[in-house]
Design a protein around this ligand. Sequence first.
Ligand SMILES: *Cc1c(COP(=O)(O)O)cnc(C)c1O
Length: 437
Amino acid sequence: MIFKSTRGGGAAVSFKSAVFEGLASDGGLYHPTSIPNLNKLFLSLTSSSDYNQIAEEVTFHLLSPEIDRETARRIVSASYDFSPHLQRIDDSLFVLELFHGPSYAFKDFGACFLASCMEEFLSGDKRDAVILVATSGDTGSAVARAFLGKKNIHVVILYPSGRVSMLQEKQLTTLDKNISTLEVKGSFDDCQKMVKQAFTDTELNRKLMLTSANSINLGRLIPQSFYYIHAYAQLAAELDDGLVFCVPSGNFGNLTAGVYAWQWGLPVKRFIAATNKNDVVPQYLQSGIYETRASIRTLSNAMDVGNPSNMERLRAVFNSDWAKMAAMLQGEVITDEETTETIKGVWNRSALIIDPHTAVGYLAATRFRNRNDLPGAKIVIIATAHPAKFRETVREATGQQPELPAGLQEALDLPKKSTVVENTLQDLKDFILARFA
Ligand SMILES: *Cc1c(COP(=O)(O)O)cnc(C)c1O
């Protein structure tokens, strides 16, 4: 498999190049140039197929000869000491919990694989890589945890001082080893600007190998297909009337990975694109008109995106054909009031505590089922975050205080370690050059 920009510029590149470059040179996103057929492999899977086994098999089939079987096995086993948990709600509704990894959010599945790939690719190189990440809270901790202890890689995380939650700050600032955290006197936009400037700075790029690990990276997207395939395998024996995935979405990386798996031959009937009031994609699916907007704040804030970056990849999958996309993707829009009511209702009916992002998916799936478009289909709702990460919202909705998992409690108990800097490129450069050049 080789990859080309969604905007058509530049040459096709290897997986390794796509991973280290992140964004293509023309500003587009890397996207596979061909569609492999893995249908036979998928149909051979059963409920006893192990997650890492599936991940290894799919990695090998997609990326060999660039990645041979031995390397695929090494990357996968270095990535995952956690796996998805599929919970049955009733005959046709399931929740796929993807929040049992190191940062308690689904982004761990992509970030850990990317980190292991980079470590593997750098093991023959002489130079270390420096990864720069600007975060408004959540993404940073998945990346930091994924890269913790990886050889030949240093990670520098920038976050806006005083503008992330206490739990998020602790998750970002209590790691050590190869992770440094800069507390920037400024906004998230300042952090992002500093990182962007660093990537184009001549001196830094001469002295160091700078790279990014953001969510558009193919090394994060490809592995997100594995949990769709694993969920299919778990349910394969009972799928007489088809399988539907419901994906709470913001930048649409999660949903795109599922659509890739379908394109490679996974038997999926429909995807539900569930959003909060940042609903440009559901609007497009309904009307055929795509209008990006500034984002608005909601309770499911990791999905507050007004211009979803992976729309470029989704369009590429469907050859920019609206009718084809609308036939496969069903949009659903959920308000904050409905989100809170859903958290409460699910707690009362099923004694299950869900976070606000998962609640958006839950209500969207329920609506889809009630319309009876695909009678008898099994619907799998992707649960993207541990409810303890959104304690306030969950407590207000249910009266329950979700129990903190051990890893989060541990982070809360550790002392914060960060370096306070001004919001200038020079401050960032001084820090990086003093340490890594
Ligand atoms: C990032 C995130 C999402 C949105 O995922 P996309 O791939 O950007 O669509 C949903 N829920 C949580 C908890 C997230 O962190």
